[in-house]
Design a protein around this ligand. Structure first.
Ligand code: GLU
Length: 303
């Protein structure tokens, strides 16, 4: 066992011993039934190895973590055009807040809050049928992970569609401000489906390697774009908990309400954690704690 393997298995044992898991996201019925008492972690290093512990092989709903991949695809398609439609500032508000959108005339603060991700999805959609845009996003994720066995969970997508009133409100608001090119139904259909991608922590850590920027790792975007995506993850990746995450973990990361977090150690590793119980910001409680401990023990920080 390497030093990293020992650290990960000790981390897994410590997390389980504490037994205070947080609450799973209840607003998507399909996620409300997930047992919160689960924890998995995977670390894909620049030298090509992947170290794992706990429930690393359990598939979970990656939800907002897919916003990173969708953003990479959108920038690849339209370049900096996207920034006319969405900003790059932290929002300081909940992931699904509508308040700011009204105050700022339908231009979302950043591409990771829901409103911004809906605009980004609309950009990827262009004027194609949703299934073509989805195929491009899924293909990007599979290619990044080097794994064809990554799929969308249709039950989760349907569950979110039936109860997605807030996201429909955001999409209609964007349309009212002329910041949506497709119908709310088509854009949200695409959005809900990419959020419903299911992956294990190992698959997610492998997919995240395209943001590590080290020799020998998959190169899907330029170094400049890797740095800019990491900057957005650092400042906006955890909604109104982004400052706290930067303070505690010191690495760029993106969370999802399914309880996953992808964190990047530039030049060194891509780390995926999953524990479905969330903290008050809607980010994985145990996942955040595990990343803070791992970063401290490995002396990983961008600061
Ligand atoms: N699909 C979720 C939503 O739109 C994503 C939110 C998240 O993971 O933070 O509400």
């Amino acid at each position: 066992m390497s030093g990293l393997d020992t650290i990960l298995s000790r981390l897994d044992a410590d997390i389980r011993a504490e037994n205070d898991w947080g609450d799973v996201a209840a607003y998507i019925p399909e996620l409300a039934g997930v047992d919160p008492a689960q924890f998995g972690i995977a670390v894909a290093t620049a030298n090509g190895q992947c170290h794992v512990a706990g429930d690393w092989d359990t598939g979970f709903s990656v939800q907002s973590i897919t916003k990173i991949f969708t953003l990479a695809v959108a920038l690849g398609r339209s370049g900096d055009q996207l920034w006319h439609r969405v900003g790059r500032e932290p929002s300081g508000l909940a992931f699904n807040s509508i308040v700011q959108l009204e105050q700022e005339q339908g231009r979302p603060r950043n591409p990771f809050i829901n409103a911004g991700a809906i605009v980004t999805t609309d950009e990827v959609l262009g004027n194609r049928p949703p299934r073509e845009a989805l195929a491009e996003i899924v293909q990007f994720v599979r290619h990044a992970a080097g794994d064809e066995n990554i799929h969308i969970n249709e039950r989760v997508a349907a569950s979110e569609t039936s109860f997605g009133h807030r996201n429909f409100a955001l999409a209609h608001f964007l349309a009212a401000h002329d910041n949506l090119r497709n119908t709310p139904e088509n854009t949200l259909g695409t959005y809900f489906h990419h959020c419903a991608l299911e992956m294990t922590t190992r698959q997610l850590a492998m997919a995240g390697r395209f943001l590590v920027d080290a020799p020998g790792l998959p190169r899907l975007i330029s170094t400049g774009r890797i740095r800019r995506l990491n900057a957005l993850m650092m400042t906006c990746g955890h909604y109104d908990g982004s400052g706290d995450f930067a303070y505690r973990v010191g690495l760029p990361g993106k969370s999802g309400v399914g309880g996953g977090i992808l964190a990047i150690v530039p030049g060194i590793a891509s780390v995926a954690v999953w524990s479905p119980g969330l903290n008050r910001y809607g980010n994985s409680k145990k996942g955040t704690e595990a990343l803070a401990t791992l970063a401290r023990q490995m002396n990983w920080s961008v600061f």
